[in-house]
Design a protein around this ligand. Structure first.
Ligand SMILES: [Zn+2]
Length: 287
């Protein structure tokens, strides 16, 4: 009787181990690209993942909220995030990243040479100093591969100040992700003046999905910029009843005038695109 019990227990344990292993292999080999705009309140955090590789663009304003969100989308056995992109050192973009640095192994970090005068930015840099993370300078011309997808950095370009600046938004890392016929433009908090520079440079901005800059501030997302990007959908990452009045009616009107569908994290929660094949359109869902 006792022997039988042990035998059955062993079979069950082996079965569970095989199932977990099968899950890990399936997860790692899955080539589907996922682009998830995480609902982190007033701030930005965007997770790109393909198989067991992840790129995180910004971390939102809270370590706890971001870690909870990552827990939903990154399996518990995957404690590694291949690349973190800090678009600019503002609290609503980097606070959550501190939690990621403490709880995950981060292999690489893309950031600009621009610093903010805030204590938080100093804390962030101190935390980084003690870690073995490959640093990549965020500037136009840098290309990052994620499976069959490609992420091209479009901004900042030219001379970037090395140190503290007042307007960190102007040096936001702007990047375009291309997966077959699908493309996503991530704009950080880029102001209108810098949008104009991208237009002047003739950068290929056309994208299926636009992450609206600066949470829908009226000082970004100009009519001309929208005409060039010509997105089907616009994502606004914004907190409910935030004190900045984001998104502003002006920006909403500009988007509506060009018949662009608007999706807001404060209204629908996490916004996810599932891209299975390069030839087909990414499937949109909200959680
Ligand atoms: Zn912001």
């Amino acid at each position: 009787m006792q022997n039988r019990k042990i035998k059955y227990s062993l079979i069950i344990i082996l079965l569970v181990i095989s199932l977990i292993l099968a899950g890990v292999i399936f997860y790692a080999k899955n080539q589907e690209l996922r682009v998830i705009f995480l609902d982190v309140g007033q701030g930005d955090a965007i997770l790109l993942s393909q198989g067991s590789r992840q790129i995180l663009i910004d971390g939102g304003p809270s370590e706890q909220i971001l870690l909870e969100k990552l827990g939903q989308y990154v399996p518990f056995w995957d404690r590694e995030i291949e690349l973190v992109i800090a678009t600019h050192p503002d609290q609503d973009h980097i606070q959550g990243l501190l939690g990621v640095m403490k709880n995950y192994r981060v292999d690489g970090l893309v950031e600009t040479t621009v610093k903010s005068e805030s204590q938080l930015d100093k804390k962030f840099e101190e935390l980084l100093a003690g870690k073995k993370i490959a640093k990549i300078k965020g500037e136009a011309g840098v290309t990052i591969k994620l499976g069959t997808a490609q992420l091209d950095i479009l901004n900042p370009s030219g001379e970037t100040p090395n140190g503290v600046v007042k307007d960190t938004n102007a040096y936001s890392v702007v990047a375009k992700l291309v997966f077959g016929q699908n493309s996503f433009l991530f704009t950080g908090d880029l102001p209108e003046k810098e949008e104009a520079k991208l237009l002047e440079q003739g950068v290929d901005l056309k994208s299926t999905v636009l992450k609206v800059a600066h949470h829908g501030s009226k000082y970004a997302t100009s009519e001309k910029f929208l005409e060039k990007v010509a997105p089907r959908e616009a994502i606004i990452s914004v907190g409910k009843n935030n004190r900045f009045g984001h998104p502003t009616p002006e920006t909403i009107q500009r988007l509506e005038a060009q018949k662009i569908d608007i999706l807001r994290t404060d209204e629908v929660g996490d916004i996810e695109y599932n891209c299975a094949e390069v030839e087909s359109e990414c499937a949109l869902s909200v959680n």
